[in-house]
Structures are given as C-alpha cells and as structure tokens.
Write a protein that binds this ligand. Structure first.
Ligand code: PEP
Ligand code: MG
Length: 578
C-alpha cells in the first residue's frame, strides 16, 4: 500500500516523539443534511420532533434538579432559561411549519435555530444578546436526541491512540490521566494552552495549532507526532517510521541520563541554590513530582476539583484532597492556588456566566469569581486551613490586579478561621498567604503588593498574554507570544527586585520557568523558586548545575541592553554556544 508521508507544521507544545494511530475526538457539531419529505413521512417527522423535545425536557429538568441541589436556586437559573427556550411556542411552531412544508426534522431545527440566533445578534443589550448560547445549547440537545447520538467516549482509546481534536478543553482531559494516550494533536492552542499543560504533565508529545487537521485525518490512520519540531506526519512511509523509532530510542536513553540528577540539589557552580517545584492538578501527580526530584509543589491548580465532577466540592473534599498532597510532600511546601475558574478553565457546574462571556479571559475569573461568591470561596479556604496541620501548606490567590482584592480575600480568610475556631476544628493560624503576579497592573505595583503578602509567584502564562495582548490559546498569534520580549524582561525584573526589597521570596509557576531556554535568564534575574511540569525538572536542574550565578547575571545585563527581539536572540545564541 502506498504511504503518503504528509508532513504538517504546527506549534511544538510538549516535547518527545510518538508513533501511533489517529483517534479523532469529535465535537458536538452535527452534520445536518436537508431531506425532502412528503405524505405520511411528515407525520413521522413531527412525531420524531415531539419525542426529541420530550427527551430534552426530561434532561433539562434533571439538570435543573441537580443544580438546585448542589448550588442552590440562583445557579439553577441557567436550566430555567433552557426550559423556557424549549417550551417557547414560537420556536416550536416555526420548526413544525417547516416540517409540514416537507423538510426533515433535523434540518428544520437547524434552520429555525440559525434564523433565531441571527436575530439575537442584532440585540443591543449584551445580556440578552448572549442568551443566544442558551438557544444553541438547547438546540444541540434536541439534535442529539433526534439523531439518537451519544458522545464518543474516551473509553474507546487504546494504548496506541494519538488524540486528534479541534481543541482539548479541561473538561475533555480531566479524566484522561487514567487512560493511555500516546500524544495530542489539536487545531487550536499555543505553548501555554491547556492541551500543552496536560500533555507535559502526562509526559507525552503534543503539537497544537494545526488548522483543519481533523478534516485531514481518518480514524485509525497511522500518525507520527514530533513534539520537538512541532510537526505531524500522516500516513508515514516505512523509512520515516524507522527514523522515528530511532529518535524514540534516543528519547528513552536521554530520560535515563537525566534521572541521575534526581537527588542532586539545584545549585549553580558558584553555590546559589534554588527550589525546583512541580505544578500539579490533582493528588495523583505528586508521585511523578517526587520521582522527578521536585522539592515543592509550587502550584496546585485547585480549580480541577471543580472541573472533574458534576457537584461542587465540599469543605471536607477540599480538606481530604489537600491533606493527601501535604502529607505526601512533607517536609516540602505545597502552594495551593485558590480556584482559578474562567478563561479557558470551564467548570461543568454551570457557574453563572463562566464560559459564556464575550471576553472570558478578562471576565469573572479566579479571585473575581471568588469575591463575588464568598461562600464558595470560604468552603475552599476552610478546607485548605484544616489541611495545613498535616504539612507545609501555603495559600495563593490568582489573578490579583489590585490591593483591595488581597484585602477582601484576606477578610474572607479571617472569617473562615473564625468559623473553624467556633467549630473546634484545627488549623495553622500562621499559614502563609501569597499572590500570583499574572496581570500587568499587579506586576507594576509589585512593590506595594510585596508588603501585603508573604510571597509572590509569577504566572507568566497569563502575564505575557495580558501584557502583549496575545491570546495564549490562539495559534494565529502564537509567534507574538515571546517571553524574552524586552517588556516582559523588564516586568520580571521589577517583580523580583520588588519582592526582594520587601524581604519576600519570589517564584515563577508559568511555563517560562520550565523551559530550559530561559533558565539562565531567570537565575540571573534572581528568581528564588521555579515551578513547572514535573517532567521538566531534570532538564532545568541540569542547566542550573552547569552555570554560575555570576555568568547568568552578566547575561541579563547584556539582554537589558538589547532593544528588540533580534538582538535578544543573537545574545542568547552566543550565550548558549559559548
Ligand atoms: C500562569 O498564568 O502562568 C499560571 C501558572 O496559571 P495558569 O496557567 O493556570 O493560568
Ligand atoms: Mg494564570
């Protein structure tokens, strides 16, 4: 059989190579075909529509009950709105009218909803305009019931599978940790998109930003993912497969070589020691963190507790979860970031408008959400406080953009402590509280912030996105996402110097901290703690142990003389190959 050996270029999101078979993860969009019908078929189509609407109604009522039970009346309003749309006689009449004129039910639903959604676009009021998404959600459910479709399950994956998808959302990947997958390929995304982070934590290669890839592949087609060069080869020739098998062998032996560094300290040749921590999303990842030699959990992305289930995590669940991590990591620190839902991190809990905003990355995200819904926030804080007696736990607030947010969050933390005292539950009163610096306004006032908190941690994934106005998950602008941009280097220097002037430690938990390309710069800037995907720790440690603090400082001095990216790249190349 002839092989095509089609090479496609994307963005390298997680290193390594893999040879396997395509597993296309389908989205919810359905292929709707128009069919003409007549006679008794019209009656049948009307009956099918009625049946699909009935089934949808039952599903929505179940959703409503679930939301009411878990989150209370206010939150169940989303399901109320969906039921109102479903019961709207105008939409139903229009669909029936089309069927009566001789169109199949699927096409009639599709066409009528399309027309209605266009009228939503014309509405001035943003709130009402956004209700279009409710209409589309309901239509999707009706369509699924009409077609008798159930979503393709990840349980169908086998150990040779390479997932190919338009996008992998946290909801898609949350249970993937238990499934064997060899690699990821997606149409959208950048180096710090969720797909990239998950692939790194699973230590599998990923290539993102491959437009239309889902149309170019077939299920089970042979595929190679090269996460080092950022390319994908479809239907590879025998020769290509042989080459990649060799590359895979090298990859395995390099990994073994790096294992030697596991128990050695992260210290420069002239004696400066830094902490290397791991970023995790759930307690299961602690083992991998320790295996790779992590001396801290520098970022526990706690929002994944809100994404993995259909119910809101309780104080007790928070407590159990964080206690487990704290105990396993003793005596090392565990920095628990309070939930950062919003942006690309969407919960299944249907929390208010999260995921439906026009600008979700700038919307009701992270600390903003927590301060608006203090009861949800307080349950998490109480869980963290209780777990603090089992280890070395610290609290970190995400997306801080102003001092008042820190003060407000601390007020809720104090209330949580008071409640625990009354309930007779133990906690550490002296728990350290830090913030993420990931919004430019916070970076600029980091001198003021540093006086308010116990430590700072730089979230470069967002800081770069917001500073440079470059969406971190948009492949079309990925070339503008440049961590070494003079503006970013200046901001980093300001944050690190401000923290040190206030006598506080400063870490970094964005992807920049785990990329060996930037290790010397961050050392030279004086960063105290680097936190990254566990698999990156040995690579970063190897570099730290091979250079001196003095030469990294000199490199930073040279970089600060550069006025553009070209000069910066030349300076870096000279440093690297010296
Ligand atoms: C960051 O923004 O750098 C960060 C670590 O947080 P997240 O990637 O979870 O937004
Ligand atoms: Mg962030």
């Amino acid at each position: 059989m002839k092989q095509n050996n089609i090479i496609l270029n994307g963005i390298a999101a997680s290193s390594g190579v893999a040879i396997g078979k395509v597993f296309v993860l389908e989205e919810d969009d359905f292929l709707v075909i128009k069919k003409e019908i007549s006679g008794s078929h019209i009656k049948q189509e009307l009956a099918r529509l009625k049946d699909a609407i009935e089934k949808t109604k039952v599903e929505l009522e179940e959703d409503q009950k679930e939301l009411n039970k878990v989150l209370g009346e206010n939150y169940a309003k989303i399901a109320d709105a969906h039921l109102l749309i479903l019961n709207d006689p105008m939409i139903k009449n229009e669909i029936e009218k089309m069927i009566n004129k001789g169109t199949n039910a699927e096409y009639a639903v599709h066409k009528v909803v399309e027309n209605f959604s266009k009228t939503f676009d014309l509405i001035d009021n943003e709130y009402f305009r956004e209700r279009k998404h409710d209409l589309l959600d309901v239509a999707k459910k009706i369509m699924r019931n009409l077609l008798g479709k159930t979503k393709k399950s990840l349980a169908d994956l086998d150990e040779d599978s390479i997932i190919v998808a338009k996008n992998l959302t946290p909801a898609d990947t949350v249970n993937m940790k238990e499934v064997m997958v060899k690699g990821f390929v997606t149409e959208i995304g950048g180096k710090t998109s969720h797909t990239a982070l998950v692939a790194q934590s699973l230590e599998i290669p990923a290539v993102v930003g491959l437009k239309d890839i889902t149309y170019k592949v077939k299920q089970e087609m042979p595929i190679i993912v090269d996460g080092n060069l950022g390319l994908v080869i479809l239907d590879p020739s025998k020769e290509t497969i042989e080459n990649y098998k060799r590359e895979y062998e090298i990859q395995i032996s390099n990994k073994k070589e790096l294992e030697k560094f596991k128990d050695l300290p992260a210290v420069t040749t002239d004696g400066r020691e830094v902490i290397l921590g791991a970023n995790i999303e759930n307690p299961e990842e602690v083992r991998a963190a320790l295996r790779h030699g992590a001396n801290a959990i520098g970022l526990y992305r706690s929002e994944f507790m809100y994404m993995s289930k259909k119910t809101m995590p309780t104080e007790e669940e928070h407590y159990q979860n964080y206690s487990k991590v704290a105990k396993m990591m003793m005596p090392y620190e565990v920095i628990i970031r309070t939930m950062d839902l919003g942006g690309d991190k969407i919960s299944r809990l249907g929390l208010m408008n999260i995921g439906r905003e026009a600008n979700p990355f700038m919307g009701l995200r992270a600390i903003r959400f927590c301060l608006k819904y203090p009861d949800i926030f307080k349950a998490q804080l109480k869980g963290i406080l209780r777990a603090s007696v089992h280890g070395n736990i610290k609290i970190m607030y995400p997306m801080i953009s102003r001092i008042s947010e820190i003060k407000e969050a601390n007020k809720i933390l104090e209330q949580a402590k008071e409640e625990l005292k009354k309930e007779g539950k133990k906690f550490r009163d002296d728990i350290e509280v830090g913030v993420m610096i990931e919004v430019p306004s916070a970076a600029v006032i980091s001198d003021i912030i540093a006086k308010e908190v116990d430590f700072l941690s730089i979230g470069t994934n967002d800081l770069i996105q917001y500073t440079m106005a470059v969406d971190r998950v948009n492949a079309d602008v990925a070339h503008l996402y440049t961590p070494m941009h003079p503006a970013i280097l200046r901001l980093l220097k300001n944050i690190i110097d401000s923290a040190h002037a206030a006598g506080k430690n400063v870490g970094m938990c964005g992807e920049m901290a785990g990329d060996p390309l930037y290790t010397a710069i961050l050392l030279g800037l004086g960063l105290d703690e680097f936190s990254m995907s566990a698999g990156q720790i040995p690579k970063v440690k190897k570099i730290i142990r091979s250079i001196s603090k003095a030469e990294s400082k000199k490199l930073v001095e040279q970089l600060f003389k550069c006025t553009n990216m070209q000069e910066i790249n030349i300076t870096m190349k000279k440093f690297k190959y010296r």
